[in-house]
Structure formats: structure tokens, C-alpha cells
Ligand binder design. Structure first.
Ligand code: GAL
Length: 644
């Protein structure tokens, strides 16, 4: 894994670039990302280009042997462009314009914006596609950041109507698919269809789901337009986009199909504060970040990047944008780097090189302070480089045998119809991931379209919209599945399946979810002879199978057939861990119990141990010899073991 930094030469006109780049090189940095917000500097007024500054930066980078990732500047359309084409601005769900003055103010459906983006892209690609420093392209920056995938503009409405016509061909078909006979919502023409905002009460969920799908497709089309232009100049230069943490407004697996690899932006402490974790979790991990958040996204984006990913932006000190912004615990920069390495990242690029003294992010730290002095993060990165060089990491080390399916359309469906206030698809998947890591497992995150062949066990909670091909894939492989709650409970058109949940899964798990209920926040229903409970949501399951666990009121909770499991409720963390352990042991996968905050990640023949928790960790893996770190793992520290 190589190191990189995000750097903005346009912020530092006085800077001696050669000196600066040489300092980076001396620290062991090999990559630099530039350009992604620089449209006004590249084109100060419409049609007048100025590339001198970027030529200089590219040449200096090349001279110093740095590999450049060049970002296209389309996340920040300039003021002159907005004056000329005000219609490119997006609109929020209340129909209000999202004004110029920060970033990401464009609407993906606007054709004028696509033309303008394409124009600047041609200029940049023509000039730099064969520059010796150019290593990769980045399209735009963080699609959807600041809640910008859905736009309720005129352009979006027209685009949506056309998209629907292509999908359904006739208006009768659309009316049937959405169930528009309900509340007299039938349309007589595609031109009459509005966007699903500002309705009196909730809009038809099928209407909202299609608008979500349309908006996701618009992100994909916009990205495809950029990819096509960049590739047309030099098809050898790989292209990526930097995705975000916990972001589900477009289908990343779709966008990932058009790119060469994936990258993502990892801010563990910022995310901890933003996520709806209980206060106790936030308090425990406030200087380390949640022990599974970065790991989860490394696994997710490795799948999105079809096996290849980088961290494009890595937190290196306090950020400016979370409700509170602490300094990371000493050791965390190194720990995050090791976590990335052991998840297969090719490059870890730090945000940002130097803290900037002006504008929105002046309180965001960098590797260098405003005064140019190195921060603590530099030492830790140097330590990481020194220590990781002692390992002989191979990219074809054996992968894990456990997979967890993450599905964007399922997320949209459950977000539109949570049924229970405590039910959240992302949280549910993340909870499974957490308990599996607590049980010492390596987990792959995969899409439902991926092959199941190499897996022994697959978890697919709340996966909906599945069809027979999913079942065939399960039946053709040796894999055992863990399903529920809610798996198979909806068709892809957002309907209850005619044979009820788990729908097509009934071939594998002969049962019917005849009813379901959601529960008040304070209600906890104990599981018989166990010290855990169900909450938020439960299903009533009709089946000839005997439950292997039941609730105290007699309702079946967990069912099994041929080592395939179905869970009919949301359980507390302890309960989820126990049922996952039961399932893994049934599929002959060994589990261990890691102490709070301790995690392991295997990359044969090595095992990484990390301590995100507040206590010293005394855990010692069996049949391994320690080659890095101490036997007693202090908070924020790592150790590496090698198989005996
Ligand atoms: C990211 C973004 C960067 C910068 C950073 C600050 O979301 O891509 O441009 O704003 O956050 O943490």
C-alpha cells in the first residue's frame, strides 16, 4: 500500500512547488490528488482557459516522481456559469433553489450542465491525458455529498417522465405496477406525472422508489459521460470516483461498473459523531472511531471496485464538520493505515497536505499546520511505513469465506417504509457486520449479483426484490444462508409477494410470514432461556419447522432448515451475536470472542490485531507468533502476528 495526499496548488500561489513535493517524497509519499475543485482557476471566465498553474504543478510532480490523480472540477461550477445558465442549479424537496456559494449546487438531470461539464473535461483531458505525471483520473468529487442526488427541478421532472415511459411503455402498465387505483392516483399520460414531493401525506412508495431509481441512474449517466470523454483521450489511464461513508442515495455497484476501481473518503471520528449510535458507543470510541466503520466501508468499496480500492481521503487530525471534532488518540493514524492495508487498499491518501487558513475548512487539519509545521500524524505514517515494510503482504492471500450482502434498492425500500421507528436497513447490515467482527471473522461485503461460489456462509438480512435467479445461485453452490428479518418481504416493484414473505426464499426455507408488528421503543421481548431480547420489529411465522429459539410469549424467533437460518425479529446486539455464532458453528466455521474494542483481520499468513477500545487488550491468538507490537495492546495500538 502506497501513501498519498490531497493537495490544492491553487490555494498556495506563493508556494515553491518543487520544495513542497520534495518534502512529500521525503516523507515516503508517492501519490498526490489535485484539481477537483479548481474550475474557476482553470476557466476564470467563460471560454478563457488558464492552465499555466496546473502545467507547473504537473511538471513539478513529475520531476519529483509523484504520481498524480487529477480530479475533474465539476463539483464546483463557477459563478459565471450559474449567471449564464441559472437552470443548472438543483432544487430541494420543498422546490427551493440550492444557491451558489458552496459546492455541489448542480442538478444531475440538467442537460446544459452536462454540456458544460463535457466542455471543460475535453479541455483537461486533451491537455493532460499523456502527461508523464498522470496516474489516474477522479470523476467529480463525492457524488451526492450534502444530500445532492435527488433534485426536484423541472429538468428532473421531464427526465423522470421520459425514464418512466421507457421503463413501462404504456401508462396503463405504470398504473398497474404502482397500484394507482388506490386513492384514485391513476394517470392518463406520462406528462402528467409529478415528482413525489410536497404531497399532502406520503406519496405512493412505488412512485418514490422509481424516482430514487431514476435519480441513481442520473448519477450513473453523468459519470458515464465523464468516463467516456476521459477514456477517449487515453484509455490506459484508470478512472475512479471517491465515494463516501454511509451513503446510499445511488447504487454504487452500478456506478462502479463503469470505473476501473473504487476509492472512498474515511473520517472515522467525524462519522462516529454523525451516526445515530447510542451515547455509550460515542463516549467509548470518541478518539478512535467505531471499530467497524472504516473496516465495513473498506469491504464494501472493495466490492464496488470489483476487487480494487483506495482510501482517497483519510482523516489525519480533527475535522471541521462533525458536531464535535476531537484529536485522534495517539496511534490511530497508524492503526487506520494498518486496517486499510489488511483490507487490501492499494493507496492511502491523506486529506489534506496543509491546513488552509481561509474559507469553510480553515479548522480542518492537514499533515502540515497553517504554519507549515509537521503534525503528529506525520510521525505515525512514517512509523507505519517502517513497520509495514517488514511484512510480505501478498494480494492473493486467501479471502474470507463469509459474505454479507449489501443492496442499495433494498435500502431504498426499507427507508421508504421502515414500518418501525427502530428499523433501519443500513444499521441492521452494520450490526451484522459488527457482531461477525466481534466473533473474529473476516467478512466480504458483496452485491446480490456477485457469485456465491467461494463462500461457505452468506448473510442476507432484509434483502428484498430478489427473484428465482438468486435462489438458483444458492442452490447451485454449497453456501448456507442466514436470512431475515424481512428478507424476501417485497417484490422489486414494492409489493407484498403473492405467497407472502420470504417470497421466493420459500424453496429453501419453507415458511410464511403471515403477519408482522412493530414495537414501541421501550418494549423488549425476552427470548426464552436466553439473556437477550427482540425489539422494534417481529414477524409471525407459519411453518412446520420447530423454532430453535422462541420468545417468552411463545412466538418463534429463529428457524433452521438444512443449516439455512431465518430470523424473525430485530435482536439486541448480544442476541444477534449469539444467533450468528450458532449459524456459523452449524456451518463449521469457528468463532472466537474478542474483548470490547479489539478486532482482528486475517491476511494469510498474518493476523492484524487492533485495539479501538478504552482498556488494554490481553487477547492472544492461538497458533500465531507476534512479529509487531506488544503482547498487551494499549488503546489505539496494533500488533501483527504470523501463523506458526
Ligand atoms: C470530504 C470532501 C473534501 C473535504 C473533506 C473534509 O467530504 O471530499 O473535499 O471537504 O470532506 O473532511
Amino acid at each position: 500500500m502506497e501513501l498519498g495526499v490531497c493537495f490544492y496548488p491553487e490555494h498556495w500561489p506563493e508556494m515553491n512547488l518543487l520544495e513542497e513535493f520534495q518534502t512529500m517524497r521525503d516523507m515516503g509519499i508517492q501519490h498526490v490528488r489535485m484539481g477537483e475543485f479548481s474550475w474557476t482557476k482553470l476557466e476564470p471566465t467563460s471560454g478563457c482557459y488558464n492552465f499555466n498553474w496546473l502545467d507547473e504543478a504537473m511538471d513539478a510532480a513529475s520531476y519529483c516522481g509523484l504520481k498524480v490523480t487529477l480530479g475533474t472540477p465539476t463539483a464546483t461550477p463557477p459563478s459565471w456559469l450559474i449567471q449564464k445558465f441559472p437552470e443548472v442549479l438543483s432544487r430541494d424537496s420543498q422546490g427551493r433553489i440550492r444557491k451558489f456559494g458552496s459546492r455541489r449546487h448542480y442538478c444531475f438531470s440538467n442537460s446544459k450542465y452536462c454540456e458544460e461539464s463535457s466542455r471543460i473535461l475535453h479541455q483537461i483531458a486533451k491537455r493532460y491525458a499523456f502527461h508523464p505525471a498522470l496516474f489516474a483520473w477522479q470523476t467529480d468529487n463525492e457524488y451526492g455529498c450534502h444530500n445532492t442526488v435527488l433534485s426536484y427541478s423541472e429538468a428532473a421532472k421531464e427526465g423522470f417522465q421520459k425514464w418512466l415511459e421507457t421503463k413501462y411503455s404504456t401508462i396503463e402498465r405504470l398504473n398497474r405496477a404502482w397500484g394507482n387505483i388506490f386513492w384514485s392516483m391513476e394517470f392518463s399520460s406520462f406528462n402528467h406525472i409529478e415528482l413525489p414531493n410536497m404531497t399532502v401525506t406520503e406519496a405512493n412508495p412505488s412512485h418514490s422508489l422509481d424516482f430514487q431509481r431514476y435519480s441513481s441512474d442520473m448519477v450513473r449517466e453523468y459519470n458515464q459521460m465523464q468516463v467516456k470523454i476521459l477514456k477517449s483521450y487515453n484509455s490506459e489511464i484508470p478512472i475512479q470516483h471517491n465515494y463516501m461513508g454511509h451513503f446510499t442515495q445511488f447504487d454504487h455497484f452500478d456506478v462502479g461498473q463503469d470505473l476501473d476501481f473504487a476509492t472512498w473518503d474515511s473520517y472515522p471520528l467525524g462519522f462516529l459523531e454523525q451516526e445515530p449510535y447510542p451515547e455509550e458507543i460515542k463516549q467509548t470510541y470518541y478518539r478512535t472511531g467505531h471499530p467497524d466503520f472504516a473496516a465495513f466501508h473498506h469491504d464494501l468499496y472493495r466490492a464496488v471496485g470489483r476487487g480494487r480500492f483506495w482510501i482517497m481521503e483519510q482523516q489525519s487530525g480533527p475535522v471541521n464538520w462533525a458536531p464535535v471534532n476531537p484529536i485522534p488518540l495517539q496511534g490511530m493514524i497508524k492503526l487506520w493505515a494498518f486496517e486499510a492495508l489488511f483490507h487490501g487498499a492499494e493507496v492511502l491518501s491523506i486529506f489534506r497536505w496543509k491546513q488552509v487558513p481561509f474559507a469553510q475548512e480553515q479548522m480542518h487539519s492537514g499533515l502540515l499546520g497553517v504554519d507549515g509545521k509537521k503534525t503528529k500524524a506525520v510521525e505515525e505514517l512514517e512509523e507505519f511505513l517502517r513497520e509495514s515494510r517488514q511484512l510480505n503482504i501478498s494480494t492473493d492471500a486467501k479471502g474470507p469465506r463469509i459474505a454479507l450482502i449489501f443492496d442499495y434498492p433494498s435500502c431504498w425500500i426499507h427507508d421508504l417504509e421502515p414500518k418501525a421507528c427502530g428499523f433501519n436497513y443500513f444499521q441492521l447490515i452494520f450490526d451484522f457486520y459488527t457482531v461477525l467482527r466481534e466473533l473474529g471473522q473476516n467478512v466480504d461485503i458483496i452485491s446480490k449479483e456477485d457469485s456465491f461460489e467461494s463462500y461457505q456462509a452468506i448473510f442476507c438480512p432484509a434483502l428484498v426484490g430478489i427473484n428465482e435467479s438468486f435462489i438458483h445461485k444458492v442452490q447451485r453452490s454449497e453456501v448456507k444462508i442466514f436470512a431475515g428479518p424481512r428478507t424476501g418481504s417485497k417484490t422489486k416493484d414494492f409489493r407484498i409477494p403473492h405467497n407472502l414473505g420470504p417470497g421466493v426464499l420459500q424453496d429453501i426455507l419453507p415458511m410464511k410470514v403471515s403477519r408482522s408488528e412493530s414495537l414501541r421503543h421501550s418494549v423488549k421481548i425476552a427470548v426464552e432461556s436466553a439473556d437477550f431480547y427482540g425489539h422494534s420489529y417481529r414477524e409471525v411465522i407459519e411453518t412446520d419447522l420447530d423454532p430453535i429459539l422462541s420468545f417468552e410469549d411463545g412466538l418463534g424467533c429463529l428457524f433452521e432448515r438444512n443449516s439455512n437460518f431465518y430470523l424473525g425479529s430485530v435482536l439486541n446486539q448480544r442476541g444477534l451475536k449469539e444467533v450468528c455464532r450458532l449459524f456459523l458453528n452449524r456451518t463449521e466455521i469457528e468463532t472466537i470472542d474478542l474483548p470490547r474494542g479489539t478486532r482482528t483481520r486475517q491476511l494469510d499468513p498474518y493476523l492484524l490485531m487492533t485495539n479501538y477500545g478504552p482498556e488494554v487488550s490481553l487477547f492472544q491468538p492461538e497458533n500465531y507468533a507476534r512479529i509487531l507490537g506488544n503482547p498487551q495492546l494499549e488503546p489505539g495500538q496494533i500488533s501483527v502476528y504470523k501463523k506458526l
